[in-house]
Ligand binder design. Structure first.
Ligand code: SAM
Length: 335
């Protein structure tokens, strides 16, 4: 039986960007975004034992379902990442590293307030273009014609990508659970395939920043115990990002507090712990070392929001400075 640690890769415990070749030398590497129950990924991996297949999926239950399938088939060329592809591509994968990306029946996010979650939105097209090698492809199938056309048109307009196929009801090597569902309902399937035209001028990766680098110092002294007690269920929001402070834990000597925090960026939620350390003349706020969320807007917001609350409610300021980000310089918090 294959060890699950060989299949589910935890980016927070790995050196980033990930070694996506997984010690197979010069091999082809593919990614499926939103693999659901994993049957498409497993089919590809079975058919192409010399290639490596990565899957990224936001739903933990899907990751576990796919894991069962992979172990049953004893496949050693599949690796799974649990998280939001919008962040995983940016954080974990080197530029110019993939031979192909598949996306089967992604949610089309039809509501206006959810448009940011579409593949066609924000910097997702650039992230896709960035991680593909020259000549590599991005393929998306959907049952929604308007979404297929939107993805096709937006990605085809990207300077590094060109449209190579647009097909209705294409022949497919294997059907997915959602595909069968839509076909049984008599729906049509729309496929777009794009190719990366040229290599980018620079290589490397484009991470959001490391949480361990962000320390916020709030000068002053006050009752932090009362503070952490009072902020239970408080939080804030900024655009698509929102965060809530939950339970707190106190260190034995009472000079440090750990606050469980839940933060979301659109549909991507993370739970982590913020640590506040009381020092001689200030309080230091940082992400507790054993929790490693991606440094998204909501995680930054939670840290900066905490600093703002401490500063305005609980510290008698001993210095005239406002809360300052020690390193790297960060944005001022606004509500
Ligand atoms: C409609 S299902 C399709 C599942 C599978 N591809 C199929 O065809 O049966 C869409 C899947 O994409 C996943 N998903 C949606 N947005 C995602 C994102 N940003 N990153 C990773 N997975 C995502 C969802 O959790 C869900 O499992």
């Amino acid at each position: 039986m294959i060890d699950i640690r060989e299949i589910i890769i935890m980016p927070e415990k790995q050196q980033l960007p990930l070694n996506i070749l997984r010690a197979r030398g010069e091999t082809r590497v593919f990614l499926e975004i939103g693999f659901g129950n994993g049957e498409f990924l497993v089919h590809l991996a079975r058919q192409n034992p010399d290639a490596v297949f990565w899957g990224v999926e936001m739903s933990r239950s899907c990751v576990l379902r796919a894991l069962k399938r992979i172990r049953r088939e004893e496949l050693r060329n599949i690796f799974l990442l649990c998280g939001d592809a919008r962040f995983i591509l940016k954080e974990c994968l080197p530029k110019e590293s993939l031979d192909g990306i598949y996306m089967n029946f992604p949610c089309p996010w039809p509501k206006k307030k959810h448009t940011k979650r579409r593949v066609s939105s924000g910097d997702f097209p650039s992230e896709i273009a960035s991680v593909l090698k020259k000549g590599a492809f991005f393929e998306l199938v959907t049952d929604e014609e308007w979404y297929g056309m939107e993805v096709r048109n937006v990605l085809a307009a990207h300077p590094l990508l060109e449209l190579t196929e647009w097909k209705i009801n294409p022949p497919r090597p294997v059907t997915t659970k959602y595909e069968r569902k839509w076909m049984e309902m008599g729906k049509r399937i729309f496929l777009s395939r794009l190719q990366k035209k040229e290599a980018e001028s620079s290589v490397g990766y484009r991470c959001l920043g490391r949480t361990e680098d962000v320390h916020i110092r709030v000068p002053g002294k006050g009752s932090l115990k009362k503070f952490v007690n009072d902020i239970h269920n408080m939080g804030g929001e900024k655009g698509d990002a929102l965060w809530v402070y939950k339970r707190f834990y106190e260190s034995a000597e009472g000079s440090a507090y750990i606050i469980e925090t839940v933060a979301g960026d659109g549909s991507f939620e993370q739970k982590f712990f913020i640590q506040i350390v009381e020092r001689e003349e200030d309080a230091l706020i940082k992400i507790a070392p054993y929790s490693s969320p991606f440094l998204t807007d909501s995680v930054r917001g939670a840290l900066e929001g905490m600093a703002h609350l401490i500063e305005t409610h609980y510290l008698s300021i001993v210095s005239s400075c406002a809360a300052s980000l020690e390193q790297p310089a960060g944005k001022a918090f606004s509500q």
